[in-house]
Design a protein around this ligand. Structure first.
Ligand code: SAM
Length: 216
């Protein structure tokens, strides 16, 4: 039998803490979430590879380090309301749900939204709410959010998302002028119409497709 807990612990030590993620809450969340459950049937054995993996429909579950890094960049302390764009497998939503009070997550591919919702329900993540829609427009009925994380790369920071942040809230998003290479940036809302942007890391994400993203 595969020793998933052992693999998970090694993943956290080598790939996550070993690369500089320090937040105890993020490390604890990464230790808890069974990543193997978010992969397609038969693919669980690769769950703790240091890489993104295919989840169907041309999409991927992000590399564990990137999930941890983006979660840490939100600087959550516990108890927040968070929005994720790009549910994919549901794995990053589960990691966020270990720290935040409520996680709202949007996926544009219906089959993925349905699968993620099923796994999250099976694992008992009652604080994750999955919606099938264009996430570039955010989730206005649930706004404002303490944190927003986008797990697909867009040409620009969507206005709708910036304005769904609380004052002081943070948005972490890959932005780039081509569809496959981006810069991960963190946007902090510092006033009603004032935002501070920081460059974090060069990254490669699947494209963010939608009204305030790339055309499909
Ligand atoms: N967070 C995911 C996980 O833990 O498995 C990884 C997501 S994958 C890298 C990016 C996802 O963003 C894909 O499933 C893709 O369909 C989705 N996506 C792209 N554009 C979107 C949009 N406008 N709204 C919602 N989801 C979108």
């Amino acid at each position: 039998m595969t020793d998933y807990p052992g693999q998970r612990e090694r993943m956290v030590r080598r790939q996550i803490a070993g690369r500089g993620v320090r937040s105890p809450k993020v490390l604890e969340a990464m230790r808890k979430v069974p990543r193997e459950r978010f992969l397609p049937q038969g693919q669980g054995v690769r769950a703790y590879d240091d890489a993104p993996l295919p989840i169907g429909d041309g999409q991927t579950i992000s590399q564990p380090y990137i999930v941890a890094y983006m979660t840490e960049a939100l600087a959550l302390e516990g108890g927040e309301k968070v929005l994720e764009i790009g549910t994919g497998s549901g794995y990053a939503a589960a990691v966020l749900a270990e720290i935040a009070a409520e996680v709202y997550t949007i996926e544009r591919i219906e089959a993925l939204a349905t699968m993620a919702s099923t796994v999250l329900d099976d694992l008992g993540y009652a604080n994750v709410h999955v919606r099938h829609a264009d996430g570039t427009l955010g989730w206005p009925e649930q706004a404002p959010f303490d944190g927003i994380v986008v797990t697909a790369g867009g040409p620009d920071v969507p206005d709708a998302l910036q304005y769904q942040l609380k004052i002081g809230g943070r948005l972490v998003i890959p932005v780039g002028k081509t569809t496959w290479y981006q810069q991960l940036v963190r946007v902090t809302r510092i006033g009603e119409a004032e935002f501070r942007t920081e460059d974090l890391l060069p990254v490669r994400f699947v494209p963010l497709i939608g009204e305030e993203g790339w055309a499909s």
